[in-house]
Ligand binder design. Structure first.
Ligand code: ATP
Ligand code: MG
Length: 331
């Protein structure tokens, strides 16, 4: 097969003046290189396309692909992850991972939580702040956690994310409003253990790949799992594989959310326990990072004894199993 690769690399954006944090979601060159190598290992021809403008040019030149392996995060707007899949849908070209509706919904944690809550699945009480106005007092009990509603990779998350009173809530909202254009999500602070769950497959074929418990090495490291802690993960974070049957409710919740949001091929679901030890949905990443060493989904797969090519092969196989009737199923 002729497989195109769409992705956003950090370097061009750094060169254009964006900061390390602003480019945190974009990939390092090793990622598309490793995906391409794995796909070639399965006998496919790979074509590196790059980001959305390069895809637009290629399609306009008449280039076509049997499938696009898409990990492009997109640059602008809260539906930025949807742009490449939407264009590929328009051209009837199949691709890996979820479609535009799912990617846009999942990127906005407030919308994703509303759907999850509406389905009766557990997620912490929350509200979305769209401007500088403070929510009515006593809407939710403190402590609360404040984060950008539509960013990823720990952006805007750090020691000040947990707020214990109205004055610090106000201060945090104002600080984040000046840094991020996206709305903010304010939810109950969840004091319990944290897990990230890897899911593979689509719909009824989706299954749990594995669970990782995520813990700060230093007790009381209040930087949470924010941007800096993620960058320095090897010295600050412990990743502990947890057998699925040890945390069946965590596994069940993650799989239910993946299916509810109609995620395709793979996702990574973040879950945290509340004060009573109940697992609550935090957020879902339908375009989970695929860095061959650093990404959680890859760490998770390797804890199951899976090589990187095995993981890429499983994602490809899942995408191919959806390609029959692709145009009609997404039309
Ligand atoms: N309500 C909460 N209570 C306690 N900690 C939280 C809460 N929400 C988020 N966190 C902490 O902040 C981290 C990042 O939050 P979240 O997963 O929502 O953001 P993200 O930037 O989208 O992450 P990712 O890198 O997975 O895309 C979580 O892994 C968790 O450690
Ligand atoms: Mg997360």
């Amino acid at each position: 097969m002729r497989i195109g690769l769409t992705y956003d690399l950090r370097e061009p954006y750094l060169a254009a003046g964006l900061t390390e944090e602003e480019t945190a979601e974009f990939d390092r060159p090793e990622t598309p290189a490793a995906i391409s190598e794995a796909l070639r290992g399965f006998g496919h021809e790979t074509v590196t396309i790059g980001s959305l403008p390069a895809l637009v040019d290629a399609l306009a030149r008449g280039e076509r692909y049997d499938l696009v392996f898409n990990i492009a995060e997109g640059l602008r707007g809260t539906a930025r992850e949807s742009q490449v899949p939407a264009l590929l849908d328009a051209y009837g070209i199949p691709y890996t991972f979820s479609g535009p509706l799912t990617l846009a919904l999942a990127l906005h944690k407030g919308y994703a939580k509303r759907i999850v809550r509406d389905a009766g699945l557990p997620t912490a009480p929350f509200f979305v702040v769209a401007d500088c106005e403070l929510p009515a007092p006593d809407l939710l009990d403190y402590p609360l956690f404040v984060k950008p509603a539509a960013e990823g990779s720990g952006m805007g998350i750090g020691p000040g994310s947990r707020v214990d009173d109205r004055a610090s809530l106000k201060e945090r909202i104002q600080a984040l409003r000046t840094r991020f254009r996206s709305p903010l999500l304010v939810e109950h602070y969840l004091p319990g253990r944290e897990f990230t769950v890897g899911i593979l497959g689509s719909a009824s074929c989706a299954r749990v790949l594995g669970i990782l418990e995520i813990d700060a090495k230093a007790p009381g490291d209040r930087a949470a799992y924010g941007f800096l802690a993620k960058e320095e993960y090897d010295t600050r974070i412990d990743y502990r594989p947890v057998p699925v049957d040890h945390e069946p409710f965590v596994a069940e919740l993650a799989l239910a959310v993946h299916r509810l949001l109609e995620c395709d091929d793979a996702s990574r679901v973040d879950i945290r326990l509340d004060g009573q030890g109940r697992p609550l949905f935090l957020e879902i990443n339908p375009l989970a990072g695929l860095h061959p060493i650093r990404s959680d989904l890859v760490i998770l797969a390797s804890a199951q004894g899976w090589s990187y090519p095995t993981l890429i092969g499983a994602i490809l196989e899942s995408a191919l199993s959806r390609t029959v009737g692709h145009a009609s199923s997404r039309s």
